[in-house]
Design a protein around this ligand. Structure first.
Ligand SMILES: Nc1ncnc2c1ncn2[C@@H]1O[C@H](COP(=O)(O)OP(=O)(O)O)[C@@H](O)[C@H]1O
Ligand SMILES: Nc1ccn([C@H]2C[C@H](O)[C@@H](COP(=O)(O)OP(=O)(O)O)O2)c(=O)n1
Length: 250
């Protein structure tokens, strides 16, 4: 397999905690390789918005699951044009607001609702012709454990909080810590996105710029896809590819 082959399958799975840079980095990597892009967090957010909008009690697991099964959600996968419609309504801004952010873990910790979303996400990956960057919390482990490249993107809590604060600017909530660290703690009760499983690369972006992080992912993609092509267990380090992920840990 060669990452530059525009016909070959190339599924890149990226997980990580809030503010680690998954969305921005994944989108850019998708652009550079000409791949589709799937923001699975936006799907959890869209379902949460739909529940709030239609008066579903988020403490009622059965009602949340029923709403997840019936949500009229349209997810775009163009990295250059975000498209998220619920019942025909553009919800891109609404799903990033405090109301959804403060309630989204009610959906993401409802295990049968996750199963419904995981099926939808696998379908979207298939429909992309298996040429996609998918990011979230359980892509490397549950949604696409067979992905060609699997990465856990991390950053220190301080870096993640600072990034989210800068990203939200004046709209940042006084509750930012709860929204970042508290939400990760809740979400961690149902999925593991804090330690890299076997075969998953760990990329720590705390001390990296955006461009360096994007390049780090690209290096891993080239490394892994060349390895698969060569049939070798370990890629030689003379390809100009990234240093092993261990070297990137603090
Ligand atoms: N390596 C990085 N260095 C500096 N800022 C970054 C880096 N990666 C991401 N960011 C910024 O941090 C913010 C949060 O990134 P985002 O992609 O939304 O994270 P996530 O999807 O993991 O929650 C964005 O404004 C993004 O531009
Ligand atoms: N594959 C996924 C993706 C997101 N989630 C959950 C975890 C988060 O609380 C919400 C929203 O995800 P999102 O990636 O938008 O979160 P951030 O705002 O980047 O922190 O969904 C999940 O449980 N599994």
């Amino acid at each position: 397999m060669n990452a530059r082959d525009t016909n070959a399958r190339l599924v890149i799975a990226i997980d990580g905690p809030s503010g680690s840079g998954k969305s921005s980095v994944s989108k850019e990597v998708a652009r550079r390789f000409g791949l589709a892009y799937l923001d699975t967090g936006a799907m959890y957010r869209a379902v949460t918005w739909w529940c709030l909008e239609s008066g579903v009690d988020l403490d009622d697991a059965a009602a949340v699951v029923a709403a997840t099964r019936s949500v009229p959600l349209e997810m775009g996968t163009d990295p250059d044009e975000e498209r998220i419609l619920v019942a025909g309504q553009d919800v891109r801004a609404a799903i990033r607001g405090d109301r959804v952010t403060d309630h989204v873990s009610a959906v993401s910790t409802t295990v049968p609702a996750r199963e419904v979303l995981v099926r939808m996400q696998r379908e979207i990956i298939r429909e992309s012709g298996n040429r996609i960057v998918a990011e979230g919390r359980d892509i490397t482990t549950v949604v696409a454990p067979d992905a060609d490249v699997r990465i856990l993107l991390t950053a220190s809590e301080a870096a993640r909080m600072a990034r989210r604060g800068r990203q939200l600017g004046a709209a940042a909530s006084s509750n930012l810590e709860a929204q970042v660290v508290g939400r990760d703690a809740k979400d961690s009760t149902v999925v593991n996105f804090t330690s890299a499983q076997d075969g998953v690369h760990l990329l720590d972006s705390s001390e990296l710029t955006m461009e360096q992080t994007v390049q780090g992912v690209i290096d891993l993609v080239i490394r892994d896809t060349d390895t698969a092509h060569d049939g070798a267990a370990e890629a030689p380090d003379d390809t100009g590819a990234a240093a092993p992920e261990e070297a990137r840990q603090p």
